[in-house]
Design a protein around this ligand. Structure first.
Ligand SMILES: [Zn+2]
Length: 413
């Protein structure tokens, strides 16, 4: 396994970095191209991930400043029915588990358009969202979700705590990956928590990413990729204890970690913590050499995707995409797939309709384009939502079309 030269070191522990996977050059996956910029160059950045030889944190270099990525962001969580249901169920579960009521305070970091906090608001629980993207935060405020437009870290946590805001619950779902200053972020959680407060964090599970060939989880907006064993180290370094872990279906397999202050005795550590860390050890996630296999799996997956596309086009078939998620852009750019294979894609998010995918310049339409053009195949780019999407698009069977998912392996159904 190749040790990376130069001055690169782990963003958590400062350890040496080793190659994990190199996906070539790619544009920012949420930087959709409007029609009037089609003749203008896009910026491409290296998309290479490394693993730390000491703490096994998988990470990208900070190629792009977070301000450039997140100040205006096209990702609105509120456009997926499955996401909304996931959020609502979480709120029901956690409010009961922690006995949250009108005197409680919930803070969500990376609160997006308020899709999750709105369910706490309905229960009369006081909330604060922290969300750096100005356009997305504005949508949250329209929903009645109080939102602070800042990047969260120890500094913001100290300001809030100094002004009397402490949290009974901190929610950090799918945001820790987007934080370059990881230590400041986790330190901030400790500062903001009430003595017996709880923090839950969700992230795509690195174990599932590796076992499921999910290289399209890697993009510039995600600086870090987590296993439970690494997150436990990071939280312990900042005086926090992981006391429970749940496995979730989201993003192709995620973890939800429950953490409290190390000095809180309220929540005993459950056996789920050692069980999941043991699974990770058995898969080799505590040995740097085991990470080297992933790059081979990724190249093999690319060849299978291209084989399917070439054979379909040779047979005279037409292919449309469904969805314009970040992961789709990593996949299409890495595989070199443009309108030579996929005529167009569709997305329910009106913000993306009429734009073009970054790098590949595949046009994005509203979903009714599919019924108008009757493609032979519909490739579902957010393959993690395949059941939901295939259900919504059941009518394509009327003209004999089939669905395709590219990950974990090309599957036609
Ligand atoms: Zn490290």
């Amino acid at each position: 396994m190749n040790k990376v030269g130069g001055c690169k070191s782990c963003r958590f522990c400062g350890g040496s970095l080793f190659d994990f996977v190199d996906l070539g050059m790619s544009p920012l996956c949420e930087s959709f191209v409007p029609e009037d910029r089609l003749n203008i160059a896009e910026r491409f950045y290296p998309l290479a991930a490394f693993v730390c030889g000491s703490c096994f944190l998988v990470q990208l270099e900070e190629y792009v400043a977070p301000e450039e990525i997140f100040s205006e962001y096209a990702y609105f969580s509120g456009f997926s029915d499955a996401w909304l249901k996931h959020a609502e169920r979480y709120v029901e579960m956690i409010a009961e588990k922690l006995c949250l009521g009108r005197a409680s305070k919930v803070v969500e970091i990376g609160s997006n358009d308020g899709y999750l906090l709105q369910y706490f608001v309905k229960k009369g629980i006081s909330v604060l969202g922290v969300e750096p993207a100005i356009n997305v935060a504005a949508a949250a405020r329209q929903r009645g979700v109080e939102t602070l437009t800042r990047f969260f870290g120890a500094g913001v946590a100290r300001e809030l705590a100094g002004a009397g805001t402490k949290a009974d619950l901190i929610v950090a779902n799918n945001v820790m990956a987007q934080v370059p200053e990881l230590n400041s972020f986790v330190e901030g959680i400790g500062i903001l928590l009430e003595p017996d407060g709880v923090c839950t964090v969700e992230f795509p599970h690195l174990l599932r990413t590796i076992l499921g060939n999910q290289f399209d989880q890697i993009y510039h907006e995600h600086f870090s990729y987590f296993s439970a064993l690494t997150v436990r180290k990071i939280f312990e370094a900042h005086g926090l204890r992981i006391f429970d872990i749940e496995e979730l279906w989201t993003h192709g397999g995620s973890l939800r970690l429950y953490a409290c202050r190390a000095d809180s005795a309220k929540y005993p550590t459950q056996s789920s913590v050692s069980r999941i860390i043991q699974q990770e050890r058995e898969a080799g996630l505590d040995r740097v050499d085991a990470y080297a296999r992933f790059a081979h799996q990724v190249r093999d997956t690319k060849r299978k995707i291209l084989t399917f596309l070439i054979e379909a086009k040779n047979a005279g078939k037409s292919i449309a995409g469904y969805g314009a998620p970040g992961k789709g852009n990593t996949l299409l750019n890495y595989c070199g797939v443009r309108t030579d294979f996929i005529d167009y894609t569709v997305d329910r998010n009106p913000y993306k309709q009429g734009m073009y995918l970054p790098g590949t310049r595949i046009p994005i339409y509203a979903p009714d384009k599919i019924a108008a053009t009757r493609p032979d195949y519909v490739m579902i780019l957010p393959w993690n939502l395949r059941e939901e999407i295939a259900g919504q698009l059941g009518y394509v069977r009327d003209w004999g079309a089939k669905f395709v998912v590219p990950i974990p392996e090309v599957t036609v159904f």
